[in-house]
Ligand binder design. Structure first.
Ligand SMILES: [Zn+2]
Ligand SMILES: [Zn+2]
Length: 175
């Protein structure tokens, strides 16, 4: 059961959907965009980014597993597309999110840190994005030292490219 190459693991709220990561966590990004806030029912969602190939998802109701984040909804995995920028994977039964990917970073997956089971060495807050959308009732506190008005390093530049140099003032959500 225990894969020696597993660096960390996690699950949705009902445990139908579980996963392992063959990569250690990176520094985390806390996103205060409107979509993350609404999905969380709180102030934000926090992600740690790993190579997509390092993620294995398990549908424990059907004894199926998926390498990487599925392209579309399948089995226990529902893929939400709430903006043109990101796709999010949630459990089809309990609705809890486990991962997301930016269309601008195909080879990477952002694992939702709140879904991680147990303490993970090396997991630490580093930066926050969409800080302009942060609700007033929460302080930046431990969310991270580096703050970005919108997307993190790299993603903003790709989106600017899509839009011919104009990132679009109307963008209010990351995904
Ligand atoms: Zn679930
Ligand atoms: Zn967000």
């Amino acid at each position: 059961m225990s894969n020696p190459k597993t660096h960390f693991r996690g699950s949705c709220a009902c445990a139908r959907l579980t996963y392992t990561s063959a990569s250690p966590p990176s520094a985390t990004t806390t996103c205060f965009c409107t979509t993350c806030r609404k999905l969380s029912g709180s102030s934000s969602q926090t992600f740690t980014h790993i190579p997509a190939s390092a993620l294995t998802l398990y549908d424990n109701a059907q004894a199926l597993r998926y390498e990487g984040l599925p392209r579309d909804s399948v089995g226990a995995v529902r893929i939400l597309r709430l903006s043109e920028f990101a796709e999010r994977a949630v459990c089809v039964d309990c609705g809890a999110g486990v991962a997301m990917r930016y269309r601008a970073r195909e080879g990477e997956v952002g694992v939702l840190v709140g879904s991680v089971d147990g303490e993970v060495e090396g997991l630490r807050a580093e930066k926050a994005i969409f800080v302009g959308s942060k609700p007033g009732w929460v302080e930046m506190g431990d969310f991270g030292g580096r703050c970005h008005e919108r997307f993190p390093d790299g993603v903003e530049e790709v989106i600017m490219g899509w839009r011919g140099g104009d990132g679009g003032e109307e963008v209010e959500k990351a995904g």
